[in-house]
Each structure stands twice: as structure tokens, then as C-alpha cells.
Design a protein around this ligand. Structure first.
Ligand SMILES: [Zn+2]
Length: 391
């Protein structure tokens, strides 16, 4: 699959996202949004029109090309924040019909699940606003809607593309899935990824999607607790298991593959190095399995950088998610992008820390697959955007 805007337009620069639609419908949809300024590409083409707009400091620009292609750009200028997003909670009452019945005042509900969901969802929104200056999932104050008590003994939580939903767990293996704020942060981050890099949920790209949700999920937890990287447990979903299960959590970001070893659940299948990369058709190509590899690279970055994991490591990862990824990015693309962002935001010392973290998990961000350095590849070719095959 190609990685260019529809209609054969010029490659979009790294800070821009190709818009989701084509020509008129998309420009009508986005054009109604006051955050976007509409422009025609003109004779210079999409890419230079976007560059010009970004250089002028325009925050959101929609550029329409003559052939019906469009592109949007987000410039790196301070964002004016609207007020916090609304947080709503609905009760499915064990049905699978969404969203269910509105819980009128979740903040004072006698249902502990409703109250917790409201409180923790709000906390995630506060984390995104305070740490990354992001206003809700879409950076435009989108209402955060959660449905609780989904289904009967439902053993999962998910972002379904429009809202959150949480099962109560079967109480044999899992308890209520709203129990961990890192899980709530994880699921909401799937929404953030959907509205930024739009990483395809398959193979390495899908594992990056999972990885970014784990990163932001654990950062929510660490930030709320005020814990430095070296004092955090780096476990995801620590609160989700019943006492029947021999598990420390769903995943370990510091030591992938060690979160559980249990007669019923089996053993945590996550690799912590590329040498253990799991090729599988299950789990969308192992999205919850191979995410262990980048998870450990993030952990190594945060630990080596010291202090709190959300700054600098989290800020580098978030900027990468927001501005530097294409929807089919693979591990190597991601490793290279985080290394570049670390250099751009914090300089050479952090760049080296990030590079070394990726090397520890078997990825070398400075090398292409053929072994040539990125620099020489860039010099010799303008085709840096082709889809690479997953190893
Ligand atoms: Zn997930």
C-alpha cells in the first residue's frame, strides 16, 4: 500500500497529516471547523503551500489541490486551549447496546464504577492538557463518553472508535476494567492516535498503536501519583486481576514477558528484544505481543534520562505521535522519528539516550534496512516515503 496522499500529490512533510477525505466533501467537513483555515494549493502545489502556511505560524490549515486532493497541516505554535472536555458516563446495565442509559451525576453516583470512571477519565483529560497542551482526544474539546457495565462478565475495555466501553470482568480472572487509571489512559489514547497518526491496527504498526497507549497509560498513572521513572512499577493493569490469578499485571514495560505466569492464563508472551519478535496471524499480527519491544525502549529512555518519565521521554514520544508518523509506520520508522524528535526538542544528549534505548531492544535508528545511514539515504533519494515490508 502506498503512503502518499490520494490522487498522486506530492509527499506531505513530516509535520502534516494527509486528510481523511477527498476534495469537496472533506473540505466541506473540515472547512466548517473554525480551527481550520482554507486555502488553495496554487501552482506551487500542496507541499509548498503547507510549508508557507506553517512558516507564517498558521495553526491549522486545510489546503486543497487542483486535482481534488487535500492536506492539513498543524504548525508548532502555542495552542490556545478551550475549556476542558465534558465527561459523560452511560450505564449499559449488562446489555451490549451502546451507549446505554445516561448516569445523571456520575461524580456523586452511588455506583462506584460510574464515579471512578468519571473521576479517572477527567484525570486523563487533565493529564493531556497539563503535560501535552492537548484539549481532549481530538485537541478540540471532544466530549469523553464512557459506557460502563458493558455486557455480562465482559473481560475487556476498549475504545470503539467513538467512545470508551468497560466490562465488569468475570470475577474469576478479571475484576472491573475501570479499576486501573492506566487502563483508562490506555484506551483513551487509542482515540488520540486515531485523531493524530492514525496507525493501522495490524502488525508492527498496530504494535506501535498499542505501545503508545501503554506509554500514555502508564504516564497518566505515574503523573497522578507524582512518581519518578525509577520509583514506578511500569506495570499495566496491575489492578485488573482477581486473587485467583498469579499475575503482577497485564504487561510489564520494564521487563516484557514477566507480567504473569499462571496455569489458566499461561505465560506473558511479550518479547523484550527484536530477536524474540513473534510472527503470528492472531491478535492482528501480535499487536499486544510485540508492543513489548518498543515498551522496553521507552522504559530504558525514561530510566536513563532520569526524573519523571513524562518529561523528557513522554514529550518526545507524544510529539512523535502527534506530528511525525505516517499511518503505516513500523518499528524502525518510529525509532528513527523518536531519535530525531529527541534531538530537535532536547539536543544531542537525549538523542543518544533514545538511540541507545532502541539499540538495547535490537533496533538501530541510525541505520536503514540495507545498512546505509539515514543521512546518505536522504541525500541519494527523495523517495523516503515508500512502505517498507515488515520483517
Ligand atoms: Zn489497546
Amino acid at each position: 500500500m502506498g503512503d502518499r496522499t490520494e490522487g498522486g500529490a506530492a509527499p506531505i512533510p513530516a509535520f502534516a497529516n494527509p486528510a481523511s477525505g477527498r476534495g469537496k466533501e472533506a473540505s466541506e467537513a473540515i472547512g466548517a471547523d473554525p480551527r481550520f483555515e482554507l486555502r488553495d494549493a496554487g501552482p506551487e502545489g500542496l507541499e509548498s503551500a503547507i510549508r508557507a502556511a506553517v512558516e507564517e505560524g498558521a495553526r491549522r490549515v486545510l489546503v486543497a489541490g487542483g486535482d481534488g486532493t487535500i492536506a492539513t497541516a498543524a504548525a508548532a505554535v502555542p495552542k490556545a486551549l478551550a475549556k476542558s472536555p465534558a465527561v459523560t458516563v452511560y450505564d449499559c446495565k449488562h446489555s451490549q447496546t451502546l451507549p446505554g442509559t445516561l448516569v445523571p451525576k456520575p461524580s456523586t453516583s452511588t455506583d462506584a464504577t460510574a464515579k471512578r470512571t468519571w473521576k479517572e477519565t477527567r484525570a486523563v483529560a487533565t493529564f493531556y492538557r497539563n503535560v501535552f497542551k492537548r484539549n481532549s482526544i481530538d485537541d478540540a474539546g471532544m466530549t469523553l463518553l464512557s459506557s460502563i457495565h458493558f455486557g455480562t462478565k465482559f473481560n475487556n475495555a476498549m475504545w470503539n472508535g467513538a467512545q470508551m466501553l468497560y466490562g465488569d470482568g468475570d470475577n474469576q480472572l478479571f475484576v472491573d476494567f475501570t479499576a486501573g487509571n492506566d487502563v483508562i489512559g490506555h484506551e483513551l489514547t487509542h482515540g488520540v492516535t486515531q485523531s493524530t497518526a492514525r496507525l493501522i491496527y495490524q502488525g508492527q504498526t498496530g504494535a506501535l498503536n498499542e505501545h503508545l497507549s501503554d506509554v500514555m497509560g502508564t504516564l497518566v498513572k505515574q503523573w497522578l501519583l507524582g512518581l519518578s521513572a525509577d520509583r514506578s512499577d511500569w506495570l499495566i493493569g496491575k489492578e485488573l486481576f482477581t486473587a485467583n490469578v498469579n499475575a503482577r499485571g497485564v504487561r510489564s514495560m520494564s521487563h516484557p514477558g514477566t507480567a504473569y505466569d499462571d496455569p489458566i492464563l499461561g505465560r506473558d508472551p511479550q518479547p523484550s528484544h527484536m530477536s524474540g519478535y513473534v510472527e503470528t496471524d492472531e491478535d492482528n499480527g501480535g499487536v499486544h505481543i510485540n508492543s513489548g519491544i518498543p515498551n522496553r525502549a521507552f522504559y530504558e529512555t525514561a530510566i536513563t534520562a532520569g526524573g519523571y518519565a513524562w518529561d523528557p521521554a513522554g514529550k518526545v514520544w507524544f510529539r512523535t505521535l502527534e506530528e511525525r508518523l505516517r499511518p503505516n509506520a513500523d518499528f524502525h520508522d518510529f525509532a528513527s522519528a523518536t531519535t530525531e524528535v529527541a534531538r530537535d526538542l532536547y539536543g544531542r544528549d537525549l538523542q543518544l539516550i533514545v538511540e541507545n534505548a532502541w539499540r538495547k531492544v535490537g533496533l538501530d535508528p541510525s541505520l536503514t534496512r540495507s545498512g546505509a545511514s539515514l543521512r546518505s539515504r536522504r541525500r541519494s533519494s527523495t523517495r523516503t516515503n515508500e512502505r517498507r515490508t515488515i520483517p
